[in-house]
Design a protein around this ligand. Sequence first.
Ligand code: BGP
Length: 459
Amino acid sequence: MQYRFPENFWWGSASSGPQSEGATLRDGKSATIWDKWFDESPNRFFNQVGPQDTSTFYDHFRSDIQLMKQLNHNTFRTSIAWARLIPNGTGEVNPLAVRFYNDMLDELLANGIEPFINLFHFDMPLCMQEKGGWESREVVDAYADFAETCFRLFGGKVKFWFTFNEPIVPVEGGYLYDFHYPNVVDFRRAATVAYHTMLAHAKAVQRYRALQQEGQIGIVLNLTPSYPRSQHPSDLQASKIADLFFNRSFLDPAVKGEYPAELVELLKQYDQLPHCEAGDAELLAQGKVDLLGVNYYQPRRVKARANAVNPASPFMPEWFFDYYEMPGRKMNPHRGWEIYEKGIYDILINLRDNYGNIPSYISENGMGVEGEEKFLVEGQIQDDYRIKFVSDHLQWLHKGISENCACKGYHLWTFIDNWSWSNAYKNRYGFVQLDLATQKRTIKKSGEWFADVSRNNGF
Ligand code: BGP
């Protein structure tokens, strides 16, 4: 075997409640912003497939967990839906949700699969959005109560908690680039959302520590390493600023408990700082995580801006850089994302050298493929491209570990093809193929390959 991984390495996959559970308005669950957005503009969703159309993990979790076992998963991440557990956002807990999550956790544990549980995967309860969503400090407090409820209810079973998945995405999608509800485009509001999310994160960490449960708490960040076009100082500066906006704005508070001074200075200079209150800095300092989940899909390539900024235009991160398509870069032919495997290694080295080698794991990595049915041969998807994608990334991850990076595992996005934010089922990512009409699951070739990798702890 060429690549052997450390003992007890976490092999598994990741999903989320809103993308797999289905049963969106059943058994007491209330609506989220996704239900509302779909009702209002179904055309934004690929083929008008909405959040209710999923693999219905809510009904199939027992047989799905058997499939995970067949693929030799020792870990699996999903999320608890706030709108299912506490339908009014605050207050009364839904007993049917408690039963579902307990049953699901018991089933995972009985099959030797460690549950990694995330508390927010873009699924703001609608009633909380109506109170202002992350722009409101009342919602921050409500989230902290929800988090504590989860710790108290399920802390005996869950040893790995995550406060948020990719908290920058609702900021970018909902408040900056118009690809998520509520479709606001306003930097200052985006900065407030980002800031309040980290306050909510810190409050959840604080509550978790106060309970003194046995376990770890972390956050899942989508880190997109920023690569400059050249070593010219203006390109380097452009890349540094993109890194501040898109990575360090969450990475620094999560690991170091404070924002990078350069980012604060820059926002102050342009009068874009969110409103801070007494005690915020002390709270943020308590949000330091035990474990960092790293979602890695693609890098960000930037260069110095070609044209001067029009100061009358609305403030945006792109005031400080242009995007750049590196000639010869490798693209996923089935979806327009760059593939750059070494990015995973660069992230781990950065965590080792600049973030105290914080324990981490790759919490998402994967290859979305459009029209995957064309790879069906005798009833099974022959996704050799996915096997290559994963093994190429694992080789770089292995190199990072051999250079002392504290990376503890690898999760593919995702287990069974699942519903995606407005892409719905266009891009398939799973180890297991889903026939949405019949709900039939079929293991892809990559799933069989991964079962061997996990069994052998290497390849
Ligand atoms: C990540 C999210 C996932 C998932 C994945 C694939 O950003 O955490 O929820 O959806 O990306 O992206 P997409 O579904 O847009 O293809």
